[in-house]
Structures are given as structure tokens and as C-alpha cells.
Design a protein around this ligand. Structure first.
Ligand SMILES: Cc1cc2nc3c(=O)[nH]c(=O)nc-3n(C[C@H](O)[C@H](O)[C@H](O)COP(=O)(O)OP(=O)(O)OC[C@H]3O[C@@H](n4cnc5c(N)ncnc54)[C@H](O)[C@@H]3O)c2cc1C
Length: 362
């Protein structure tokens, strides 16, 4: 039984790793040319019941502990004048909460745990067509072809596998503009102190200026606004003209041009009629606003699908996919609803009050 996983992000790699541990081989087809082809972005907090659970299933709990930064859980919420609304400090050295880990470190941990030939780099799926005798014929950009019996789409927000199961229209919910400040302790010690070891959110009226400490000594700055295109630092500074200069210094200090990114989501409650030889995990299955659940749920999807496949692959792979999907749809629905609520709250005119109330409750 040949299993093809399209997409070597956190979901696809976690799936390949857990299957491998259970004696099931799979090939991961990844469009990027190599593991270092693209910067992997900021850091993530992995939750005990989802991301951390999946890493334990992958036999990588110790590796995670050696790379994670529990102190990265510290976060502060300020208003546009720089007044502190919330300051959360985790227990020193405690791994009981949601420690942060850089995405690149997490992806390397997963890649290093797989046999070298598991990931076929430079394979961007163009189309999958059903074969007459069952299974799928995969065609990649550049002309490569491959076959498989079971096809798993782990290919993210703009999945090519998803339309085999369902057509969905993505909606844009915000614009996120990102900047990096390199070597912050040496070059901008005042900003290093402002952000601290974890996350900082400065919340205004329908706009957020956030910054995140990475394990490599850089800061990642993210500006969220409801929509619109913001291509330059000047335009960003104009947008935050009435904010404290102590905060907008995060924009001034950004190295290089800002990178804008549209934040899109799938409709709430998206589900499809099950098929015995194709399914989806992660953002391909349930693209949600980025409020801290997407990667965690992608990794939990991987763990749950791997368990079902390992148990039923030989006798009835279709039932493995059906059981995985039923449980996944039920689990994701409330999480996607909560994520949509938090996203709307963050960019509302009353965001600061709402967020303080939200964090005081949890
Ligand atoms: C700004 C931002 C901040 C976020 N913060 C958090 C957070 O703090 N916590 C959290 O849990 N989640 C967070 N998320 C969400 C999280 O990044 C995603 O939910 C998660 O990466 C989904 O994993 P995935 O493996 O499904 O998809 P992806 O990580 O998108 O991986 C998909 C992979 O498929 C490959 N691919 C795509 N198309 C093809 C193709 N046609 N052929 C072959 N390969 C292909 C891509 O190159 C990529 O490697 C954030 C998202 C954003 C945008």
C-alpha cells in the first residue's frame, strides 16, 4: 500500500514520522527545493493536548524539551501609549504550559527523525487523477509522475488536493505585515527589553502591533490591520502616527522591507463526504485565523490519522480515513469558531478591553 503525503510542513512531516515509527512507509512530496529553501517564520507555542501530544507520539518529546523555550510563554499586552494592560509570566523553567519553539527548529527536529529518502524535495503537485484500478496518479510541475494508493493532502492553505474532496472559497479576514529585527540584544537592547523573552501585543483601535522573540536572537514584528495593502515602512509609520514612539520604534528598527500577507480562512463547518483513498490534514482541511491553533491542530490531525492508518491500513484503509475525519470534524468545529471570535475581537474597535477581559477569564 503506497501512501503519498503532499506537503512537508509540520502536519505532513509529523504524519510521516508517526507512520514510520509504526512501521508504515510514506513518501512526502514537498514543493520546496530543500529544507533551507525558505525561512520558516516565527515561533509557535505547542499545547500539551495537541502539538506536544503529537510529538510524544512521534517519539520526539525529549528533542522538543531540549529545543523549546518555556520562558517564551511570557507575554505582555500594552495600549498605544505603552501602558501595560496584562503581563503574564510563566513559572521559571516549567514545561507544564505552552512552551515556544522556533518553527525552523521544530521542522528540523521532524526532518532529522525521518529516513533521508522520505521527503521528495522539489515536487510541486500539479494534479492528481484517479487510476482505473484504484489509487491516484500524481503529476508534478516539471513533469515528474508518481502513483499511490492513498493520497493525503497536507499542502496548506491553497491545497491542490482539497478540490478532490470539496470546493471551498477562502475569505480574507486581515492583512498581516511582517518585519524582522536581527541581533536585537546587541543592536536594539531597548527593544529587546520592551518585548522580553516571549510575545508583546500592542492593541489599538482595529490595529495591532505585535513582536515575538525568536531563539536565534532576532525579533519578528507583525502588524495586523483589517485589510488594505501596506508596502512600505513609511506607510506603516503613518498608520501608527499617534502611538507612543517607544512602540513604533519596533517598525523603525525593522531590517529590510515589510512583507505583507493576506490572512485567509475556510468557511466554518467545512466538511466533505468521505472517500476511501484521499483525505486532508492541517490547513488543507481547516484553514483558521492564526490565533495559536493551526499548527497544533495540524500535528494532532497527523497523530490521529497515523493511529487510524496503522490500525486499519491492511484490512480497511477507507475505515481509517472515515474514523479520522469524523473525529477531526467534531474536534475542529469549536476550535475554528473560537479562532474566528478571537480574530474578530483582536481587530475590533474595542479590542483592548475585550482582550483584557478574555485573558482575565482564561
Ligand atoms: C502569521 C501566522 C502565525 C501563526 N501562528 C501560529 C501559532 O502561534 N500557533 C499555531 O498553532 N499556529 C499558528 N499559525 C498557523 C500555522 O502556521 C498553520 O496552521 C500550520 O503551519 C499548518 O500546517 P500544515 O502542515 O497544514 O501546512 P503548512 O505549514 O502550510 O505546510 C504546507 C506545506 O505544503 C507545501 N506545499 C504547498 N503546496 C504544495 C504542492 N502543490 N505540492 C507540494 N507541496 C506543497 C508547502 O511548501 C509547505 O511546506 C500561524 C499562521 C500564520 C500565518
Amino acid at each position: 500500500m503506497r501512501i503519498a503525503i503532499v506537503g512537508g510542513g509540520l502536519g505532513g512531516l509529523t504524519l510521516a514520522r508517526i507512520l514510520h515509527r509504526r512501521g508504515v512507509d510514506a513518501t512526502v512530496y514537498e514543493r520546496e527545493a530543500s529544507r533551507s529553501a525558505r525561512s520558516q517564520g516565527g515561533s509557535l507555542d505547542l499545547h500539551p493536548e495537541s502539538g506536544q501530544h503529537a510529538l510524544a507520539e512521534a517519539g520526539l518529546a525529549d528533542g522538543f524539551r531540549s529545543l523549546a523555550r518555556p520562558q517564551g510563554e511570557e507575554h505582555r499586552i500594552l495600549d498605544p501609549t505603552g501602558r501595560t494592560l496584562i503581563h503574564h509570566e510563566p513559572q521559571p523553567g516549567s514545561f507544564s504550559g505552552r512552551p515556544e519553539i522556533d518553527r525552523s527548529a521544530l521542522r528540523d527536529l521532524l526532518l532529522d527523525s525521518l529516513p533521508a529518502d522520505t521527503v521528495a524535495w522539489g515536487h510541486r503537485l500539479a494534479a492528481a487523477t484517479p487510476r482505473p484500478g484504484g489509487g491516484w496518479e500524481l503529476t508534478f510541475h516539471g513533469g515528474h509522475r508518481a502513483g499511490c494508493d492513498i493520497l493525503i493532502g497536507a499542502d496548506g492553505a491553497r491545497s491542490v488536493v482539497r478540490p478532490l474532496l470539496i470546493d471551498v472559497q477562502l475569505s480574507s479576514v486581515a492583512m498581516l505585515v511582517e518585519l524582522t529585527i536581527e541581533d536585537v540584544d546587541r543592536r536594539h537592547p531597548d527593544l529587546a527589553e520592551l518585548v522580553g523573552p516571549g510575545n508583546l501585543w500592542c492593541v489599538g483601535v482595529s490595529q495591532i502591533l505585535a513582536a515575538q522573540r525568536l531563539g536565534d536572537g532576532n525579533l519578528r514584528v507583525g502588524i495586523s490591520v483589517p485589510a488594505g495593502s501596506i508596502g512600505s515602512k513609511r506607510a506603516l509609520l503613518d498608520l501608527f502616527a499617534d502611538w507612543s514612539p517607544r512602540l513604533t520604534a519596533l517598525i523603525e528598527a525593522g531590517d529590510g522591507a515589510p512583507t505583507p500577507r493576506l490572512i485567509e480562512t475556510m468557511p466554518l463547518g467545512t466538511r466533505w463526504a468521505t472517500r476511501p483513498d484521499v483525505t486532508l490534514i492541517g490547513d488543507a482541511a481547516h484553514l483558521m485565523p492564526p490565533v495559536g491553533e493551526g499548527a497544533n491542530q495540524a500535528m494532532l490531525d497527523a497523530a490521529e490519522l497515523a493511529a487510524e492508518l496503522a490500525a486499519h491500513l491492511a484490512a480497511d484503509p477507507g475505515s481509517a480515513i472515515r474514523k479520522y475525519e469524523e473525529a477531526m470534524f467534531a474536534r475542529i468545529h469549536p476550535i475554528a469558531e473560537m479562532s474566528a471570535r478571537v480574530q474578530a475581537m483582536m481587530l475590533s474597535p474595542t479590542a483592548a478591553d475585550d482582550i483584557v477581559r478574555f485573558f482575565s477569564r482564561t
